[in-house]
Write a protein that binds this ligand. Structure first.
Ligand SMILES: [Zn+2]
Length: 348
């Protein structure tokens, strides 16, 4: 999968290393901080330990996932493929990615020999920009991440009948837009009924054939539904499915819902979350508990290793945008919390 591990040597061959890391790739419109920060923070911790000649009972590993964001069909594939056998759910997209990547990795010289499999790890810490506005709005420096909210990705295909925009009377049309506008609006309404944590996003929409003077034959609506509580998320999905069924029947449109990806709501290791919280407190940083609205590699490592995350604010909460930014002071604060957290775990 192109995952890269750097290991710090230790005198004690402790079999369970502590990990730090994140991903190096980002979205097409992404900036310089999403993922990269967690890798740089891990590198900085390694550098500090080396500079000060600190030896630890645990060995250290610093993984860099290469494939959190690159493919449109599934997120965090670098860690996802590793975690898949442990996750209790299978993602077809990961298998496709695994095959697609082989040629690419060979071309770039990143095709490794070690299998993309989980190993026993003592702990995994991932530092990351928040990618949302909560820390900035609260004036907090550190987000102590309790977990990651769950998400479902669906493609909703709506099929009607293509016809001429001029001669065809409105009442004689089978226009998939008539269903789509209601279905899209209902997705937003469902998220609103589950406020403040419910989320509904229509990130893409494909129109076929896509001509101004033709009623489209087919629309494919890309839907993303999220909530931190698994039960509530399932309820949102059920409500959405019901809306699609009702609306398509009423508008005489054929509807099909395809599950593209599922990210289960994940709670991080309570003990490690406490370690991060204490580290931030000891360092005197203003800290708040937070649930991640975005998915991360930690979602997957949490399937097979105790995992926790450290958030720092990003300017305006903006991410997946080239204007993505964060202050040096906040980034340093996050790296220091990372250092103290891994020291705490390694010394226990
Ligand atoms: Zn990321």
């Amino acid at each position: 999968m192109g995952n890269i591990f750097a290991a710090r040597k230790s005198v004690d061959p402790n079999p369970d290393p502590v990990l730090m890391g994140s991903h190096l790739d980002t979205q097409a419109t992404g900036g310089r901080f999403d993922g990269v920060y967690g890798v740089m923070a891990g590198l900085e911790v390694m550098r500090v330990l080396a500079t000060h000649g600190v030896d630890l009972s645990a060995r250290w590993k610093w993984p860099r996932g290469q494939t959190e964001e690159v493919h449109g069909c599934a997120c965090h594939a670098g860690s996802g493929v590793v975690a898949e056998p442990y996750a209790g759910f299978r993602i077809q997209a990961y298998r496709q990615i695994r095959q697609e990547l082989q040629g690419e990795l060979r071309a770039y010289g990143y095709r490794g020999t070690a299998p993309a499999r989980a190993r026993p790890f003592r702990a995994m810490f991932e530092a990351h920009i928040e990618q949302g506005p909560i820390l900035e709005n609260l004036g907090a420096t550190i987000g102590v991440v309790a977990g990651i909210q769950g998400a479902y990705w669906f493609d909703v295909t709506l099929e009607g009948l293509a016809c001429h925009a001029g001669p065809t009377p409105m009442e004689m049309r089978r226009d998939p837009w008539r269903a789509a506008t209601t279905i899209i609006e209902s997705a937003f309404a469902i998220a609103k009924t589950k406020a403040p944590w419910g989320r509904a996003t229509i990130g893409d929409l494909k129109v076929s054939p896509g001509a101004r003077n033709t009623v489209p034959e087919r629309l494919v609506v890309a839907v993303d539904l999220r909530h931190p509580e698994p039960d509530v998320l399932e309820e949102m999905v059920a409500m959405f499915r019901e809306q699609v069924a009702q609306t398509s029947a009423r508008t005489n449109i054929d509807a099909r819902i395809e599950l593209i990806w599922h990210m289960p709501a994940t709670r991080f290791d309570t003990e490690l979350v406490g370690v991060v919280d204490r580290a931030a407190q000891d360092l005197g940083f203003n800290r708040v508990p937070i649930v991640s609205g975005a998915g991360h590699d930690s979602l997957h490592t949490a399937q097979f290793a105790p995992t926790a995350m450290i958030f720092v604010p990003c300017a305006g909460g903006l991410s997946h945008n080239e204007a993505e930014s964060a202050t040096s002071a906040d980034l340093a604060a996050g790296a220091n919390v990372l250092l103290q957290s891994v020291l705490c775990v390694a010394n226990n």
